[in-house]
Write a protein that binds this ligand. Sequence first.
Ligand code: CTP
Length: 380
Amino acid sequence: AVKDTAEEEECSVYVVGGFVRDLLLSVPTQDLDFVVEGSGGQFAQALMRRIPNGKLTQHIKFGTAQIVFPDGSHVDIASTRWEHYSFPGALPQVEESCLRDDLFRRDFTINSMAICLNTDRYGELVDYYGGKQDLQQRKIRFLHNISFIDDPTRMLRAIRFAERYQFDFAKETLDALHTAIETGVLSKLSVERFTEEILLIYKEANYLTMGQLLVNSGLFKAWFGKDLAWNFNLEDAVGSAEWSLNLRWLISLAKMDSLEIDIVLERVILNKSLRDETIAYVQLRESLQKPLTISEMDHLLNKAPKRVVTTLARDGRYNKRITECLEAGQRINMALDGKTLIQMGLKQGPEIGEILAQVRMAWLEGRISTAEEEQGIARQ
Ligand code: CTP
């Protein structure tokens, strides 16, 4: 469809950036980014006519469009020429540049390549800045030395790509990264964008070595204002799964005291689930400092989010007590319930809850192990 639309609209179309990088590296990739030399708006609309069920959103101000498919996947379309109107009814202002400029505005050489999709040049690699050579030599190299100042998220992206592909930094890029960290370039970054970037890191397979680099490079110290006890030990690895982001996050905080975790929470904006679990983690950990009966423990562990319990159960300081309590919980085989108690002649009310709690406690403490014994406690 892209090829045909390009012919119809008489413009040049390229797939660019991460897709080209991953194609040359033969690794799976997700996003498709197109750059159109010509009118991006017209191209996007013409492409839509060939893609049933797609939904088009145009961001005229940024010269980009996005087509979202019913399965949630999407393609992004940027353009080297985009008409924008300074006020409704005004004549369109056309800004023109060329592919070379578009690619030069990008972060690293390995992300600055394009492949032409027009019929006559189909598959032709456009590589103005030595991206292919850097891929072969496994180097992360910026395109210009103010790259990190232009966009400080690139400091985190540099670390992400270096560890994802096990590439080294080109010397000037590493120097520029250190200079940017030391001179406070990160302060230009919003808390939202910083959070987005670090969560992308926590989703990566190599998030632990990326985390180590965030600490060792001084980047985290620059952002959070001091050295914190981040935990990115390789033996604490958590495999990737839908729910593992939160677990990875909580484990990375496990060596910090509550005050340090407060500092972290002030410098990131987490979604509700991650924030609530972080707070629940701190609270449960504080509760576990005190001596607790097994039923108090059982109550706390049942109330806390599962990932919070898992994180603390992996921590040597709490592992034994939590495992004991969870094992005791597994032995519970309660037959008694509220309905049975009513059948036994009890009136509905708080007493029923209390009796059930007492029976549960008896199971936990190993005082009973059969249904008859349960009934015995209920009758007392
Ligand atoms: N880009 C950039 N500077 C940024 C973000 C993105 O120059 N701060 C450019 C790069 O050319 C990048 C492209 O935009 O390849 C697409 O960005 P994005 O989808 O965020 O990254 P990908 O390179 O596709 O990486 P990933 O594999 O993590 O999706």
